[in-house]
Ligand binder design. Structure first.
Ligand SMILES: [Cu+2]
Length: 173
């Protein structure tokens, strides 16, 4: 009896997947690595620019055995940083992730999300996520400089590149 119930559940799931192949093929979670050189002389998010769909979950994983990192939105609630996320979106902050730890956030509001790593912001460890519906090629801009350090501003991949390429690598080489 229990086995039969289990099998029925399984076939229902299979049927659901069969009638919506686009859902089955979509990547439910988009991954971003936090990484760096073993001696800590350079650190980065990879990819540093990423395109996702509204409602998609982004997951950061600290793959750097030499450092702790954070994924922290540019938002006033995060240490008085300038707001660089869409109107209506909540700022996020992973807190410090030790090597191997992960943090997830689900982004619902379309637009541009800039974020940084608290200890490595001035080293240019920043990233940009664009949340856009499929086929929406325009209507998004970056943000004004807001007095941020040039090393920080250089880390933000152009919005147009993210929309066109989907992901901008952040790794070395
Ligand atoms: Cu960092």
């Amino acid at each position: 009896m229990r086995r039969r119930t289990f099998l029925r559940g399984g076939s229902t799931l299979a049927a659901a997947l069969a009638i919506s192949p686009r859902c089955a093929l979509a990547v439910p979670v988009a991954d971003i690595a936090m990484d760096g050189r073993p001696d800590g002389s350079r650190v980065w998010f990879d990819p540093r620019g990423l395109l996702v769909r509204p409602g998609q979950t982004v997951r950061w994983t600290n793959r750097d055995s030499a450092n702790s990192h954070t994924a922290t939105a540019y938002a006033p609630e995060n240490d008085d940083h300038p707001r660089r996320i869409p109107r209506g979106a909540a700022g996020f902050d992973s807190g410090y992730l030790l090597p191997g730890e992960t943090f997830e956030v689900t982004l619902e509001v379309p637009g541009v999300y800039d974020y940084f790593c608290i200890p490595h912001e001035l080293a240019g460890m920043v990233g940009r996520i664009v949340v856009a519906k499929p086929g929406s090629g325009g209507g998004f801009a970056g943000y004004p400089d807001q007095g941020l350090d040039p090393a920080i501003l250089a880390g933000f991949a152009p919005v147009a590149d993210i929309l066109r390429q989907g992901a901008i690598p952040g790794r070395e080489g």
